[in-house]
Write a protein that binds this ligand. Structure first.
Ligand code: MG
Ligand code: MG
Length: 276
C-alpha cells in the first residue's frame, strides 16, 4: 500500500483482496434482497446478509462502527423516507415499500462497501423512477473514475444525472475512499464541479454512493440517533459500489459477477433491484 498526499494507493495484490471482499459483500446483499419480501422484518433481511458474511469467514464492517453509540447491526436498512443508516429491527416490510440496504464486509484486512434500493412487490411509478435515476447516477459517476480525471468530475457526473432528471442529491453525506478502513480520503460528494478536486490515480479505491431525494435535499436524524430520513418525509433511494481506478478504466469491486461491462452491469443491477 503506497501513499499519495494522504490517499492510500492499492497494489494489484490489494485490489485482488478487495475484489474478494466485494464478491462476498455482493453475495450478502443478494441474500438480503432475496429475503426482503412482504411480511419479512428488517431484522430478518439483516440476518440473511450477516449469515453470508460469516459463512466466508469475513467480518461485517458496520457492526460496532463508532457513532452516537456503536452501530448495532451488520447492515443498515432504510425504508421509504429513510435515506441511510436505518437500524434493522421488528419493522415488517409491506408491498409498495422501497428499501435501501447498505452492507460492508472486511476480508483479509480490506473493506468492501455497497448498497442498493429494492422494491417490495409492486411499487409506485414514482418510486420505480427514483430508483432507476439513482442507479443511473451511480454509473454516471463510475464512468468518470478514470486516471487523470478529478474527484469533481465524478461528483458532477452524479449531480448532473440526478438533477437533469428532476431530483436532488444529498449534501450532508458523501462517497469516500475505502480500503483498510471503511472511510478514507478522499471524500467524494454527490455534488461538485468538473475539473476540481483530487486527481484520480491508478490504485485509488472509492465508494461512490448517490443518495437521492425528491424536491428538497434536506435530511433529518431520527430519534434513534442513527437513521437519516428526508426532511420532507418523501421517499429516497441510495446505491453504492466500491470502485477502483485501473489502467483499464473503472473496475467495480462490489459487482456480483466479474467483468460485467457497464451496460450489462446496469441491466443486471436493475433486474437485481427490481425482482430480488
Ligand atoms: Mg455503504
Ligand atoms: Mg459508503
Amino acid at each position: 500500500m503506497g501513499w499519495l498526499r494522504g490517499i492510500n494507493i492499492k497494489s494489484s495484490r490489494e485490489l485482488t483482496i478487495m475484489r474478494e471482499a466485494g464478491k462476498i459483500n455482493a453475495r450478502a446483499l443478494l441474500a438480503a434482497v432475496q429475503t426482503a419480501r412482504p411480511g419479512a422484518t428488517t431484522a430478518q433481511v439483516n440476518a440473511a446478509a450477516a449469515d453470508v458474511i460469516h459463512s466466508f469467514n469475513a467480518e461485517p464492517a458496520f457492526l460496532g462502527y463508532p457513532g452516537p453509540y456503536p452501530y448495532p447491526a451488520e447492515t443498515t436498512i432504510s425504508v421509504n423516507e429513510e435515506l441511510v443508516h436505518g437500524i434493522p429491527g421488528p419493522r415488517v416490510l409491506v408491498e409498495g415499500d422501497i428499501v435501501s440496504i447498505d452492507c460492508g464486509t472486511v476480508f483479509e484486512g480490506f473493506v468492501a462497501d455497497s448498497a442498493l434500493t429494492v422494491a417490495i412487490g409492486e411499487v409506485s411509478e414514482e418510486a420505480q423512477t427514483l430508483m432507476e435515476v439513482t442507479l443511473g447516477s451511480l454509473y454516471a459517476g463510475i464512468q468518470e473514475m478514470v486516471a487523470g480525471n478529478k474527484t469533481g468530475d465524478v461528483s458532477a457526473g452524479i449531480q448532473n444525472f440526478v438533477e437533469k432528471n428532476g431530483y436532488q442529491v444529498v449534501r450532508e453525506y458523501t462517497g469516500h475512499g475505502v480500503g483498510a478502513n471503511m472511510h478514507e480520503d478522499p471524500q467524494v460528494p454527490n455534488y461538485g464541479t468538473a475539473g476540481r478536486g483530487v486527481v484520480l490515480r491508478k490504485g485509488m479505491t472509492i465508494a461512490l454512493e448517490p443518495m437521492v431525494l425528491l424536491e428538497d435535499p434536506g435530511t433529518r436524524v431520527l430519534e434513534d440517533q442513527w437513521t437519516v430520513a428526508s426532511r420532507n418525509g418523501r421517499i429516497t433511494a441510495h446505491y453504492e459500489h466500491t470502485v477502483a481506478v485501473t489502467e483499464n478504466g473503472p473496475r467495480v469491486l462490489t459487482a456480483l459477477e466479474e467483468d460485467l461491462d457497464l451496460g450489462e452491469a446496469i441491466r443486471y443491477n436493475q433486474y437485481f433491484a427490481g425482482r430480488g
